[in-house]
Design a protein around this ligand. Structure first.
Ligand code: ARG
Length: 462
């Protein structure tokens, strides 16, 4: 049995598509997510067609009203989606025809699915920029609470994951507040650039109807219509910018997730995840696994993957629209869903986790973490060149290592055997509290600096 030809373009087709053709061609399985944007775009378009006397006011009113009915049918699950109707645009239009008959056919005047999908997808991605921004702000606030509570809690700072110098818990938390602030500004930049309307570009060349693209742009919250109709239907760099910002944000999340995995281990015990954010093992009763952190660490893969996939889809496409571009959506949806989930999970974990001050302090006090302070003391007090001070300190670390103790546990005799000029007041700088308190340079880890940054961020985020 031959299927009947498509009602949208059946004029020149005698037969319908092969079943496999229908399967490869259809996007309704995923682009139904664009329904709210598609209907908003169509309602703006209909209003504009009436305002410019391209269709009658009564037809526009009927279309606009019925589109709301369609939207509520979709929201309640009553909408009869059809794969034969290929995508969200044709599904909505066909339903509109069921509801109001002939006027439905006037909606597609001076429009193509090419500008229609471009506007729908832009609106969707724009909304994701806003959602990412709000989720990042919530995460920053959770981090800021941690930073405020632990502005002077001493912990080891690492380089190469080797103890380097003591820092404060607050300082470490604020490092992520800064990263997520830059992520927010990347989403904001992308949003600003993408906020131009492709609607009215029609298939690719514009239209001979006297449309008002400024009117639809304004109705949909865009700053302006896009200035070139070919560019308008063929551009997907707005989605790529979103994915690039999402990828960098996900990369930051994965670094933080990795730290939480390490910190919550029995070897570190820097943090305790709450029960809400831990899982047990079916065989090992002692386990508290940081699954959420591990999954955040892993989710970065699909977000990077989406970015590469869309770059690859777009690479080498001639202007203007090609059906390849239908493959622009699914991965962006997946990336956005997983980014939002990762942000929410990270915010929950950070809000609920408890830092183990004793473990942080003990770790900060081991591993010769104040060796730099000792070298700085030699420079400041004995006027030695830094290189020589570095060498002397290295010798003292070796002595401590041989004795199996830390730098503050050496005797003054031990010290003076390496350099006779060393005095007893050197021990003042070997304690980790003094070490962090001394790092008062702007952006440094001294509690006074950290408190000032916490206050600044509270202001910014209030
Ligand atoms: N479903 C299509 C997409 O997502 C809509 C645009 C179709 N345009 C066309 N010329 N066939 O790209």
């Amino acid at each position: 049995m031959t299927k009947s030809a498509n009602t949208m373009w059946g004029g020149r087709f005698a037969a319908g598509p092969d079943a496999i053709m229908e399967a490869i061609n259809a996007s309704i399985g995923y682009d139904r997510r664009l329904a709210p944007q598609d209907i908003a775009g169509s309602r703006a378009h209909a209003a504009m067609l009436a305002a410019t006397d391209i269709i009658s006011d009564s037809d526009a009113a009927a279309i606009r009203e019925a589109l709301l009915t369609v939207l509520s049918e979709i929201e309640t699950g009553a909408f009869p989606f059809s794969t034969a109707l290929e995508d969200i645009h044709m599904n909505v239009e066909a339903r509109l025809r069921d509801l109001i008959g002939e006027p439905a056919g006037r909606l597609h005047t001076a429009r193509s699915r090419n500008d229609q999908v471009a506007v729908d997808f832009r609106l969707w991605v724009r909304d994701q920029c806003d959602q990412a921004d709000a989720a990042l702000e919530a995460l920053q606030k959770a981090l800021l609470d941690q930073a405020g509570a632990g502005a002077d809690w001493v912990m080891p700072g690492f380089t190469h994951l080797q103890v380097a110098q003591p820092v404060t818990w607050g300082h470490h938390m604020l490092a992520y507040v800064e990263m997520f602030a830059r992520d927010r500004s990347r989403f904001a930049d992308a949003r600003k650039r993408m906020n131009q309307s492709p609607l009215g570009a029609a298939a690719l060349a514009g239209t001979s109807f006297p449309i008002d693209r400024h009117m639809t742009a304004q109705a949909l919250g865009f700053d302006a219509p896009m200035a070139n109709s070919l560019d308008a239907v063929s551009d997907r760099d707005f989605a790529l910018e979103y994915l690039a910002a999402a990828s960098i944000c996900a990369m930051h999340l994965s670094r933080m997730a990795e730290e939480l995995v390490i910190w919550s281990s029995a070897q570190f015990r820097f943090v305790r995840m709450s029960d809400k954010w831990s899982t047990g093992s079916s065989i090992m009763p002692q386990k508290r696994n940081p699954d959420a952190a591990e999954l955040i660490r892993a989710k970065i893969g699909r977000i990077f993957g989406a970015n590469v996939a869309l770059m690859t889809v777009m690479k080498g496409l001639p202007l203007a629209y090609s059906k390849d571009m239908q493959e622009d959506k699914e991965q962006v949806f997946d990336a956005a869903d997983n980014l939002m989930l990762a942000l929410a999970a990270m915010t929950g974990m950070v809000g609920d986790m408890t830092a183990n001050r004793d473990a942080l302090h003990a770790a900060a006090s081991s591993g010769f973490s104040t060796a730099t302070d000792l070298a700085d003391w030699l420079v400041r007090e004995l006027n030695l060149p830094f290189r020589e001070a570095h060498h002397i300190t290295g010798s003292l670390v070796a002595v401590a290592e041989t004795k199996g103790c830390d730098l503050p546990d050496l005797t003054l005799d031990d010290m003076q055997a390496v350099h006779p000029g060393i005095r007893a007041d050197v021990f003042d700088v070997l304690g980790v509290e003094n070490s962090v308190a001394s790092r008062t340079s702007y952006g440094g880890t001294a509690p006074a600096q950290v408190r000032a940054q916490v206050a600044r961020w509270k202001e910014v985020l209030s």
